[in-house]
Design a protein around this ligand. Structure first.
Ligand code: KIV
Ligand code: ZN
Length: 403
């Protein structure tokens, strides 16, 4: 029996699935900078990439494993198709990490079997079992995903999961690959797995989902209620097509509504014990960093990290908030690392205010970089009354290398 975690495991796939979204390609230094910030944020697992995909991907996973995969750091994971060469590359790339995971997958839906894999169910079952056993020869920590689980025949899914757990999978991840399921259906799928896979207690149930219908976060919360204990997500919800479940939304939903979720984790409703290991104060910084480096803008009305998420426009709302914040705010902006009084930067601002704002935006300049950027800031400030975050980001892009 695998000990079930006391907290929900946060598995971040910004650097793998997140990077799969059009236009979000990151270089190795940028991936490393994000991985370091994810470690500061407190994610439990970083899926650092897909090592077999390209030499650049291999190098990025390998560097992250060396530098971020310390004893007290997160588990470092690489994705691999259920193919020997992929698994071998993944194993080599994650080798330097203190805690390492191979995440292997093969599709299980009839649509994928017929049109993509051109294989029978029996063939897929045999490959899944064999490749999990092969991956297990490199590390104990093996995750298996039946791709397109959301559209797979549940009876076949149960059979595959039973076999891969017997072969050594310690986490079984249930992907809603095309973002098709609804929260009630997804919750029922997890419940069905718990009830029908005889050895399910030997693994952790994880969920992975895309946002094609805007339901990924809602699906995951329903999955938690039915026994999922690992959530695969990305910063700002970036990812293939409409993206993945957004880490910041999941974490804050579990935090703000912890009294609702506590009983599903077997805790007393009133428990104040956090449900995840995430340091919520790092959320805003991480969001800004990912947006800056990927070039993927965050929509202003995006939950938690959008520019308007804590802004009150209507007179009635402003009046209410001035009287008591609880009237229209369900969480304090400081919880995600936003400062109460945002400093307005202009030509009279000093180095300290400048550095503080850069930190809030997710940048950690060296002294030399700060000096250069500060000179440039003063030049721009001479021409403009107020310096916006966009101005700062332009300055940063010119003067600061992400460490
Ligand atoms: O969406 C998906 O099914 C995936 C798998 C590789 C987990 O990204
Ligand atoms: Zn995915």
């Amino acid at each position: 029996m695998k000990t079930q975690p006391e907290k929900i495991i946060i598995f971040d796939t910004t650097l793998r699935d997140g990077e799969q979204c059009p236009g979000a390609t990151l270089n190795i230094d940028e991936k490393l900078a994000i991985a370091k910030q994810l470690a500061r944020l407190g994610v439990d697992v970083i899926e650092a990439g897909f090592a077999f995909a390209s030499p650049g991907d291999f190098e990025a996973v390998n560097k992250i494993a060396q530098i971020v995969g310390t004893e007290n750091g997160p588990v470092i994971c690489s994705l691999a198709r259920a193919i020997q060469e992929d698994i071998k590359a993944a194993a080599q790339a994650i080798e330097p990490a203190a805690k390492k995971r191979i995440h292997t997958f093969i599709a299980t839906s009839d649509i994928h079997l017929k049109y993509k894999l051109r294989k029978s169910r029996q063939e897929v079952l045999a490959i899944a079992e064999e490749m999990v056993a092969y991956a297990k020869s490199f590390t104990d920590d093996i995750e298996f995903s039946p791709e397109d689980a959301g559209r797979s025949d549940p009876e076949f899914l149960y059979e595959v999961l039973e076999k891969v757990i017997a072969a050594g999978a310690t986490t079984v991840n249930i992907p809603d690959t095309v973002g098709y399921t609804t929260p009630t259906e997804f919750g029922a799928l997890i419940k069905g797995i718990k009830e029908n896979v005889p050895n399910i207690d030997q693994a952790i149930i994880s969920v992975h989902g895309h946002n094609d219908l805007g339901l990924a976060v809602a699906n995951f919360l329903e999955a938690v209620k039915n026994g999922a204990r690992q959530l695969e997500c990305t910063i700002n919800g970036i990812g293939e097509r409409a993206g993945n479940a957004a880490l910041e939304e999941l974490v804050m939903a579990l935090h703000v509504r912890r009294q609702y979720f506590n009983p599903f984790l077997g805790r007393p409703a009133e428990s104040e014990e956090p449900l995840t290991n995430i340091d919520t104060k790092q959320i805003y910084r991480t969001s800004r960093m990912v947006s800056n480096l990927t070039g993927m803008l965050v929509q202003p009305n995006k939950a938690i990290v959008g520019a308007n998420a804590f802004a009150h426009e209507s007179g009635i709302h402003q009046d209410g908030v001035l009287k008591n914040k609880l009237t229209y705010e369900i969480m304090d902006a400081q919880l995600i690392g936003l400062t109460e009084n945002q400093i307005v930067l202009g030509k009279h601002s000093g180095r300290n205010a400048f550095r503080t704002r850069l930190r809030e935006l997710g940048y950690e300049p060296t002294e030399t970089e700060l000096n250069k950027a500060f000179v440039r800031f003063k030049e721009v400030a001479d021409k403009k009354k107020e310096i916006t975050d966009w101005d700062l980001e332009a300055i940063v892009n010119d003067e600061i290398q992400q460490a």
